[in-house]
Design a protein around this ligand. Structure first.
Ligand code: NI
Length: 163
């Protein structure tokens, strides 16, 4: 159980796609990822944010406002359902700025649990947004890559002015 350093933009690993999780034991990795996410006061953390280039993330959509609801997700597959919604997103790898991102408001998520059991859930609200944000990390995308080119450039400039 270790809090690991969180990589920050423009670390190159944050823009690289990740490989599927294979048969390896990921239990220690997932424990570290939860420790790191909670220590950083985040609601989600993806493998590449700690330099692990496999398709794994952890999330907890509720803990800032209520009880904890930790979920570890391996090899996610997302199918959007219905309309899109705009929402505010922060990212531990881009501290100090937030992005307004339009995404599907509801998704079907297929994934494997830490015990390698297949799961399928329908998510909406904050949980759906977090899953999409974290899955984007596994594809080498940050929140601002989902914005218009002008809005993206403005947000990167805002971030760079802070660092
Ligand atoms: Ni992020």
């Amino acid at each position: 159980m270790t809090v690991r350093p969180v990589l920050k933009y423009p670390d190159a690993r944050l823009s690289q796609p990740c490989d599927p999780v294979g048969a390896e034991d990921v239990s220690a990795l997932i424990a570290d990822m939860f420790d790191t996410m909670y220590a950083a006061y985040g609601r989600g953390l993806a493998g590449p944010q700690i330099g692990v280039m496999t398709r794994v993330f952890v999330m907890d959509a509720t803990w800032k406002d209520g009880p904890r609801s930790p979920i570890a997700v391996l090899n996610p597959v997302i199918v959007p359902v219905g309309a899109e919604a705009e929402g505010e997103e922060a990212c531990l790898s881009v501290p100090g700025v937030s992005a307004r991102v339009i995404r599907p408001a509801t998704i079907d998520l297929q994934y494997e649990t830490a015990d390698r059991l297949p799961r399928r859930v329908t998510l909406t609200g904050a949980a759906a947004r977090i899953v999409q944000h974290e899955t984007d990390h596994l594809d080498g995308l940050l929140h601002w890559d989902r914005m218009s080119p002008g809005a993206r450039a403005a947000l990167i400039a805002e971030y760079e002015a802070l660092t």
